[in-house]
Design a protein around this ligand. Structure first.
Ligand code: M6R
Length: 609
């Protein structure tokens, strides 16, 4: 995915664009560029690499203008380079285009355009749009955009600037690439995501699929691709502006880990009743339909998939429903058996992951009731679903998910309790005790964060490891998977997450003194087995790093290094246990000097399949 911004108004246009791009850099960071209209000309600057390179270039050769567009890229078509960076221009250099997404029929369009004499400067799919517009533009930019989009196939958000139309910007959206307009007084902003708007305005218009928006200093006019005018309600953004800043922390990831207690609190707010039951009436899903559900199908990607895996254990155990869990990218090809009595649950922080949205389409086509768990109000996922359970994690800027995973896990507990109560499968005492435990989770997570200082020396000692193994059982198995993913993503150390019992069926062959093994070994009904697995790994000379509960001598005996987290109900414990694993991955990556917030090759949200 990429980040796109636009601005028209009295401020210094380039400053606003760069500020917006800085806040969207998590979406892609292999190159960046801006273009502005200045005195009837389009002028711009583009640089490969981080935004800092573009900032440096613009400091040396400043640009001025009345309106502008900007882009931060995550390459899909064409390697990262100055020329492949956006914006892209038509042959005459009068039309500039930025784009997030993929133009599926770009090769055919490029061949046709070249046959008609157009000269291409880049290898990107985006550039075809600039040349198509060059052919269609006859003094009415919105009309030209509408006309060319009839020939363009794919999922995209595009932004267009034209030298002959300095008082407007035109944006269009098709598919899951998000697009938001921020309304100011005598100025208007456009961005792929809310953090780019927060410093300027709280009033937003969410542009939906199949819409074109014409942006001027006085506001925005939305219409469909065929030109029908659309009235859109102005949304009030509630996110705290400080949430999109580092707030004194070295990295966003570190800050976001320390936000976990608040995120848990926010995610629980108003959802726990005084009688120790869960209130999810906000879902608006028909209770009778939920009671009638005969199975649950869950899908997601990456960390969200591991949160869904945690949810699977809970829903099975508490609501006594069969649960099929699938990676979203596999779901559509897996010939899933879904019908009217299936409850499909899609989990996604961004609500715009292409694989997840495609799986939603398949589940809905099969007749399933579609429930979304997401962090972003108005996201494509929220709109596609019949009901949405929001995560309330606030903006997550670090590319590696942390606080959003925690919020997803909290939502999983709420959902499982809700389904269980409706279906009459919930033992009232257990239900009440889980709700009481949930109330303590913000404080428990806060206490777990106290291991931060202890993690640092260990992280330094093991930062040279080439490979690590993460083990957990039952509800802590997804936590082991999440811990391993985090290490891979940000420190580039190979790591495998395994169900502890499975270790002896293969991965044990990898173990020696050079392969540290991280084990989630807190008190639970399966702890006895975990302790045996730790002994097995230790017998192969591996150094055992364990997450344990206080005063647990038996677990401590099996570990070389232990991080102590507070004990809680075993079904809720994963939300606490993940904390040291996040800190460990973070401090290893930081010690290695890795780019923690923007790991190589990754983007925060993957809007391509
Ligand atoms: O926005 P989503 O939750 O749908 O994103 C899913 C994954 O792409 C995401 O969790 C990814 O694996 C992160 N890099 C994990 O840290």
């Amino acid at each position: 995915m990429c980040g796109i911004v636009g601005y028209i108004g009295p401020r210094n246009v380039v400053d606003v664009l760069l500020d917006g791009l800085r806040r969207l850099e998590y979406r892609g960071y292999d190159s960046a560029g801006v273009a502005v209209v200045d005195d009837g000309r389009v002028v711009g600057s583009k640089r490969v690499g981080k935004l800092a390179n573009l900032e440096q270039a613009l400091a040396q050769s400043p640009l001025r203008g009345s309106a502008g567009i900007g882009h931060t890229r995550w390459a899909t078509h064409g390697r990262p380079s100055d020329t492949n960076a956006h914006p892209h221009l038509d042959c005459a250099g009068k039309i500039a285009v930025i784009h997030n997404g993929i133009i599926e029929n770009h090769a055919a369009l490029r061949a046709e355009l070249m046959a008609r004499g157009h000269r291409f400067a880049s290898e990107t799919d985006t550039e075809v749009i600039a040349h198509l517009l060059e052919e269609r533009y006859r003094g009415d930019l919105p009309a030209a955009v509408r006309a060319i989009l009839k020939d363009v196939r794919g999922a995209y958000a595009v932004g267009v600037l034209c030298a002959d139309a300095p008082d407007q910007l035109v944006f269009a959206r098709n598919g899951a690439s998000p697009l938001i307009v921020g309304l100011g007084d005598g100025e208007t902003f456009v961005a792929s995501d809310i953090p780019a708007l927060l410093a300027y305005t709280r009033r937003e218009l969410i542009i939906q699929e199949g819409e074109v928006v014409v942006v001027t200093r006085d506001g925005a006019t939305i219409s469909t691709f065929d030109g029908t005018r659309v009235e859109r309600e102005v949304n009030h953004i509630t996110w705290d502006v400080r949430a999109a800043e580092k707030g004194g922390f070295k990295h966003f990831m570190l800050k976001e880990m320390f936000e976990q207690p608040k995120v848990v609190k926010d995610t629980l707010a108003g959802r726990l009743r005084d009688d120790d039951s869960v209130d999810l009436s906000e879902l608006g899903l028909d209770d009778a339909r939920l009671r009638d559900v005969e199975k649950v199908a869950m899908f997601a990607c990456g960390s969200a998939y591991y949160a869904a895996a945690y949810g699977m254990y809970l829903i099975r155990s508490l609501a006594r429903l069969p649960v099929e869990l699938e990676l979203a990218s596999e779901f559509r090809y897996a010939d899933p058996v879904v019908g009217r009595r299936t409850l499909a649950i899609a989990v996604s922080q961004s609500g715009e992951t292409a694989d997840t949205l495609e799986a939603v389409r398949v589940a809905k086509a099969g007749g399933a009731a579609m429930l979304a768990v997401t962090n972003v109000v108005g996201s494509a996922l929220a709109r596609a679903a019949d009901a949405t359970l929001y995560m309330r994690a606030g903006p997550e800027i670090g590319v590696a998910a942390t606080k959003s995973f925690t919020a997803q896990c909290v939502d999983m507990v709420l959902l499982a309790l809700h389904l269980a109560r409706l279906r009459g499968t919930l033992d009232p005492e257990l239900g009440a005790s889980l709700v009481r435990t949930l109330r303590d989770v913000p404080s428990l997570v806060d206490q777990a964060l106290n291991v931060n200082e202890e993690v640092i020396p260990l992280a330094r000692r093991i930062a040279k490891a080439q490979s690590m193994l993460y083990l957990g059982r039952h509800v802590n198995f997804p936590i082991a998977l999440e811990g391993a993913l985090k290490l891979k993503e940000i420190s580039y150390i190979h790591a495998e997450g395994y169900a502890a019992g499975e270790m002896k069926h293969g991965p044990i062959a990898l173990l020696d003194e050079n392969v540290p093994v991280v084990v989630v070994a807190t008190r639970s009904p399966v702890q006895e087995k975990i302790l045996s697995n730790m002994a097995e790994a230790r017998a192969r000379e591996s150094r055992i790093i364990a997450v344990v509960n206080p005063h647990d001598d038996r677990a401590l005996e099996c570990a070389d290094v232990a991080f102590t987290v507070p004990q809680t109900h075993p079904l809720i414990a994963p939300i606490v246990n993940v904390v040291p694993l996040y800190l460990l991955a973070y401090h290893i990556a930081d010690h290695k000097g890795c780019d923690v917030d923007q790991p190589r090759n990754l983007a925060k949200t993957v809007t391509v399949e």
